[in-house]
Design a protein around this ligand. Sequence first.
Ligand code: HEM
Length: 394
Amino acid sequence: MERDIAKLVYLEAVLKETFRLYPVAPLVERHTDKDLKLKKYTIPAGSDFMVYYYAVNRHPMWGPDAEQFRPERWLDGTAPTNPNLFASFGIGRRSCIDFQPFVDKVLKIAQEKEGFTDEKIKHQLNTIVTAGYDTTANTPTWKKNRKLLHPMFGLQHVRRYLPVFNLQARRLVERFTEHENKGAFNPELHVHVVSLESICHFQPFVDKVIKIAQDNERFTDENIRDELKTIVLAGYDTTANNRDVDKDDIPKLVYLDAFLKEALRLYPVAPVVARHTDVDVKLKKHTIPAGSDFFVVTYAINRHPMWGPDAEQFRPERWLDGTAPTNPNLFATFGLGKRSCIGRTYNMLSMKTTISHAVRRFRITADISKLVLKQDMLLKPASGQHIILEPRID
Ligand code: HEM
């Protein structure tokens, strides 16, 4: 209940401390129309620059324990009083509008689940914030968490995010427009900014609609749909021949599905995943003894000779003409087995929506020979991923 929320002070401190150390947006882009005087430097008018929130949040002004997770700092008066040193939700007028409702929502969920201790909440939050589970979580904890989250990640549920994906895609296309016919550029920052903006906007947008519906008895589904459309599309040029992707389009996008799978096969974001085993794992020629930590190299599985002589080639058609292996474990991009990615459907839907908007507006090309990959726990484009945008001629 609302009055309980005010009492959950330690939980609020845990939340803030988690976001301080792990800001979802480690850096944001800003543009200034006037000179910005800092202590030692001036950022001249007309500059584009980055604000490094991750560094602000761990600044020495947080004290000698700045790198430590210590929620108590928010309660015992040792956290800095300057609110701008907590930058996880941005600084100044453009900051993410809705930290508090988000916190309240988590607190409310916590309240509804009996037996949710602060410790459990901390663990759960870490899971949500890092968009992954604690891979060291023991099996019963993991099972419970996975079960709890499972319904939120099925196609039926994920489809409800389509308005957000469409909004995100429109914003990206809008940002891309300034690069049209201007040669190669790296879209990475735009992609990050847009996805973060959508995280910030999703919450107030849902809250607003729910509130309107609750406050107004005669509010019909039709009204709500209109309201959502208005909020989502506010400020966007809807006259262009670029209608939103709807749920009936999804099963029809078969080539896009094959194209994405093929890109994800050759470039798995997680080229290795770590595992620990309590029991002997017998493989064809070897046995991994109980108690071992080991890596599964998804990158190698995805390019295994069982994919055929063209395993190294980008050929989306293999997913359509029956030449892709039938064993689903040979496509390891989203991990294998029970602990595989819970966000797979969400991710595919979001990517399909974004790409569908982008390719209807632009002709997109890139020189893959210039792509240099760096492989550690994640697969990254060390060279950047430069693309060229030209208007599409139909
Ligand atoms: C291209 C996009 C993505 C790729 C390649 C990917 C890949 C993976 C992989 C390989 C794992 C398994 C890690 C392991 O075995 O240790 C995993 C787990 C996970 N992913 Fe994703 N993921 C993607 C997008 C997403 C999205 C969008 C979400 C959330 C909406 C998400 C949420 C999770 C979660 C919660 C787990 C842990 C599952 C568990 O342990 O039960 N992922 N992901």
